[in-house]
Design a binder for this molecule. Structure first.
Ligand SMILES: Cc1cc2nc3c(=O)[nH]c(=O)nc-3n(C[C@H](O)[C@H](O)[C@H](O)COP(=O)(O)O)c2cc1C
Length: 329
């Protein structure tokens, strides 16, 4: 069976990508993941706070968050990052020598700043592509949704304008008009959208007290919102689409490709079960394909008519009304 797919201009041998995480920190582990079926890897992010902190000293980090919660400087302790920016770049160089799949660097920030220059450094280090994660938690009532989106688009334009390698943008589902924003991201030069950025659900008592890391597991119930938006985006956009979040089985990947994904990023399943998770996912994915009489992902995409997805707005209203009306004690 031919599992090749096109993502950001690359021909991937399978639709599986190792999502941004420490999984790519170790070159040998990446080799094992590639052998098990990973067709590309995204490195963990270099964070704005980390890069600008390198330039402006750790005092800057403390000042930046000084009026926030107590003990805030604990959790942006620069020594807590996996690697410093220089180590990150040399890791890309080394990894490129070790594996022959696309290596995707990741930059993570929320405000314009010096960190954006690292897009070029990541390119120079040999990364094949870059993923941009603009995770933010806008909480200032004087800043409108439009302002928030404009700032993100400014950052995307600065990044895409500074590099030749393709840039993917990992987006959040919490925007008022996601298709409008996605289309603006495409016009800002992005080659791919990654749906979605993961929002860590931090228990209430934790928010009040401190900032302990949240749990890492998402089950397939979280898949639904991603499939829904993939189907909507696939109708309107000309960029590559990747799903990220709650992809644990081959059936999940099959549903994602059917909904319009070109690739599926996996993290938690591999953290739990190692490279075998990828083998199992691919085996089940192939079974799903055969049941649909598809010999290739192209076959599957041909039988899925993205332009015939019914009006999602009306469908969602109907589904919502039905759910409320059919409630029984
Ligand atoms: C331990 C861990 C570290 C992660 N680090 C990053 C990161 O540095 N940058 C990023 O964009 N996403 C990061 N993520 C999010 C993942 O890329 C992915 O979006 C998320 O885990 C959902 O996918 P999953 O359900 O397959 O785990 C991380 C996730 C985990 C579990």
């Amino acid at each position: 069976m031919n599992m090749q797919t096109q993502y950001m201009g690359f021909t991937l041998e399978t639709p599986l990508i190792i999502g941004a995480s420490p999984l790519a920190d170790d070159s040998q582990r990446v080799g094992a993941l590639v052998e098990a079926g990973a067709a590309a890897v995204v490195l963990h992010s270099l964070f704005q706070e980390q890069i600008d902190g390198e330039h402006f000293s750790t005092v800057y980090l403390r000042e930046m968050y000084a009026d926030a919660q107590p003990r805030r400087d604990d959790f942006i302790d620069p020594t807590a990052f996996h690697s410093n920016p220089e180590q990150y770049l040399s890791h890309i160089e080394n990894l490129k020598k070790m594996v022959n799949v696309p290596v995707i660097g990741s930059l993570n920030g929320s405000r314009p700043g010096g960190w954006i220059r690292y897009a070029e450094h990541i390119q120079q280090a040999g990364a094949d592509a870059l993923e941009l994660n603009l995770y933010a938690f806008p909480s200032d009532p004087s800043i409108s949704g439009q302002d928030v989106e404009n700032q993100m688009l400014d950052i995307i334009r600065m990044v895409t304008g500074s590099v030749r390698i393709p840039v993917a943008v990992k987006v959040s589902p919490f925007l008022s008009s996601l298709p409008h924003f996605a289309s603006a991201v495409q016009h800002a030069g992005a080659a791919a959208l990654v749906l979605f950025n993961r929002v860590y659900q931090i228990p209430e008592e934790t928010i009040m007290r401190d900032s302990e890391p949240a749990g890492h597991q998402q089950d397939s119930a979280h898949l639904q919102i991603r499939l829904y938006w993939l189907a909507v985006m696939a109708q309107h956009l000309n960029v590559s689409l990747a799903i990220s979040g709650a992809v644990n089985t081959g059936t999940d990947v099959f549903k994602a490709v059917k909904a319009g994904a070109h690739a599926a990023q996996v993290v938690s399943a591999v953290l739990r079960s190692g490279p075998n998770a990828l083998r199992n996912i691919l085996r089940e994915f192939q079974q799903c394909m055969l049941q649909q009489h598809c010999q290739s992902i192209d076959d599957l995409r041909r039988v899925t008519r993205f332009d015939q997805v019914p009006d999602p707005e009306t469908c969602e209203r109907l589904r919502y009304m039905r759910a409320l009306q059919h409630w029984q004690q």
